[in-house]
Design a protein around this ligand. Structure first.
Ligand SMILES: [Zn+2]
Ligand SMILES: [Zn+2]
Length: 568
């Protein structure tokens, strides 16, 4: 009966941080787990987001039965609109995950055509040869699940993102019983989250952040601003609870913060006492010691609400001496520079900035399992084959090491025939590798096409294949515009009129074009505060956005715009 082979094919998220997506194929039938995005490294100028190349799925389009989502984080659902635009398959996820997704789909005008299917923890969905059970896990966002996928060759367990929080703030316990049941019956392969494999011990419970937050609320005499990942609904709830206790009203600032808090409130995940809400436009008038603000932008993104408030360029959020700013999020690798620059600005404004750990009282805890939790998962599932996912190569490598104690453990008496006597093999896969399973075992069996697609402004028309192709196409068709500014490091003044260099941009040769571009750059500078000007990330982004708008309008062209700042 099981003469067909089972293939597990990660299409992204292995050996890199973000854009998680994996295909599972039995015979011809395919299902896809998650479809994430990642934010570009700073080298990818002009690119807003990066998503995985899905040509493998498109080549097999008639066999793709569904997309299964584990939870609502960007690195798991951020690529869904782009996938559905090309391959409109049914989507399965928890009601909250799908609610967050709906917002995204609406922005892409895909809401009417998308086929969204709500599933709850414990529910089983049958798709061709696959029988999928959704199992509740604890993580930094709510309504997260892992998947147990029964195939004719055995059960495949995919953890998605998890930590094992024994005291979750919402009392929705990790469904470890169900995981253990699968382990007892025998599991062919475990794919497990490797993010925190370098951390010994256990990740602290979400409850561990409360003491430090309490201290901030007890001490603060000015406004309290809190920035965390907007999907950290537990954390939003904590701030709301403390605000109610300490007699402060709460305002929400930033588009994603407003969106997610509305969704979670509507669905009953976020409880806001009557009369507690404060409109952003009323912050300025309210007594400072009666205000708490949940504000988006914990990663120092140049155009986010908090980054703008840090340089006093936000309409409603003004941060000054005596205010507290709490950064309750981890620093995603690659964002350090922007975040620390933002923190510098906040300190300069006289704010008390609370970030990082302080003598064992964390202001943020991770949503990912540390070593002991990863071991517990391995022991409960007791797979024949183990494949670490969600991590860079060193993390996958360390996770394989962590599993080694499972090799050669004896079969439990009375175990079912599928149950293995311990770990047979482990695989460190890279995106694109085909891992093949059959009656004989598991092995690497070739590769499929994978890669990155860079997106400009989040629109599908502006979809561009590969970075190199993108640059070449961009430069060959639309040319390149380089505004070069010499800024005095000490005064922050622009020393000489900006130099405008254009290449391969026909309009660039037109009369008066470079003069006009120079004027726009000067206008952007004139409209920016000294603080903004001292933040090159912010100022470059502002110049790029203003020029992009002008050039698109004037010429219908999209040249590559790369502001260059020389410190003199
Ligand atoms: Zn996550
Ligand atoms: Zn993740």
């Amino acid at each position: 009966m099981a003469d067909k082979k089972l293939h597990a094919i990660p299409l992204g998220g292995l050996g890199e941080f973000g854009m998680n997506i994996m295909a599972l194929r039995y015979g011809d039938d395919l299902i896809v787990i998650d479809s994430g995005m990642m934010f570009p490294e700073t080298e990818l100028l002009g690119v807003d987001i990066v998503i995985p190349d899905i040509s493998f799925l498109l080549e097999n389009r008639e066999h793709v039965r569904a997309l299964l989502l584990t939870h609502c984080h960007e690195d798991h659902i951020g690529g869904v609109p782009f996938l559905l635009a090309e391959l409109n398959v049914p989507v399965y996820g928890t009601p909250f995950t799908l609610a967050v997704l709906r917002n995204r789909l609406a922005e892409h005008e895909l809401l009417d055509t998308a086929q969204l299917n709500e599933v709850h923890s414990h529910e089983i969905v049958e798709l061709g040869p696959f029988k999928i059970e959704f199992i509740h896990v604890t993580h930094s966002t709510i309504a997260s699940v892992m998947l147990a996928i029964t195939t004719p060759l055995g059960v495949v367990v995919h953890t998605g993102d998890f930590k094992i929080d024994p005291t979750p703030t919402d009392n929705e316990l990790f469904d470890l019983h169900t995981v253990a049941e699968y382990g007892k019956r025998g599991v062919l392969a475990l794919f497990s989250d490797s993010t925190n494999v370098e951390r010994p011990g256990f990740t602290p419970s979400e409850r561990a952040v409360r003491p430090r937050f309490e201290q901030v609320f007890a001490e603060a005499t000015g406004r309290i601003y809190v920035s965390c990942f907007t999907s950290s609904v537990h954390r939003l709830q904590l701030v709301i609870d403390l605000a109610a206790e300490y007699n402060r009203k709460v305002a929400f600032i930033g588009r994603s913060m407003v969106n997610i808090s509305e969704i979670s409130h509507r669905m009953g995940y976020l409880h806001v006492p009557d009369g507690l809400l404060l409109r952003p436009q009323d912050i300025a008038e309210a007594r400072k010691d009666r205000v708490a603000v949940l504000i988006a932008g914990s990663q120092g993104e140049p155009m986010s609400a908090l980054s703008r408030a840090a340089v006093d360029n936000h309409k409603h959020a003004h941060i000054g001496a005596g205010d507290h700013v709490v950064l309750s999020a981890r620093i995603i690798p690659g964002n350090e520079k922007g975040i620390f620059r933002m923190i510098d600005h906040l300190f300069r404004r006289g704010a008390h900035v609370v970030y990082g750990a302080d003598g064992g009282r964390p202001i943020h805890v991770s949503g990912h399992a540390s070593q002991e939790e990863q071991r517990l998962m391995l022991n409960l599932v007791k797979p024949r084959f183990f494949i670490p996912i969600h991590g860079e190569y060193r993390q996958l490598f360390r996770h394989v090491e962590l599993a080694s104690h499972l090799r050669g453990i004896p079969l439990r008496p009375g175990a079912s025939p599928e149950a293995a006597g311990g770990l047979e093999d482990t695989f460190i896969l890279e995106s694109g590798d085909i891992l093949e399973f059959d009656e004989q075992g598991a092995r690497l069996a070739g590769r499929v096409t994978v890669g990155r697609r860079c997106i400009d402004s989040g629109s599908i028309d502006e979809f561009v294949e590969d970075m190199t192709i993108r640059d070449r196409r961009h430069i060959s068709e639309d040319g390149i515009v380089l505004p070069i500014l010499a800024i005095n490091k000490h005064t922050g003044n622009v020393e000489t009129p900006p130099e405008i260099v254009t290449r391969g941009f026909a309009a660039g040769e037109a009369d008066g074009f470079t003069d006009r571009v120079r004027e726009i750059v000067l206008q952007t500078l004139a409209g920016s505060s000294d603080e903004e000007k001292s933040d090159y990330g912010v100022i470059k982004e502002k110049i790029r956005a203003d020029l992009k708008r002008y050039i698109n309008k004037q010429t219908q062209r999209r040249p590559l715009i790369m502001p260059v700042i020389l410190e003199v």
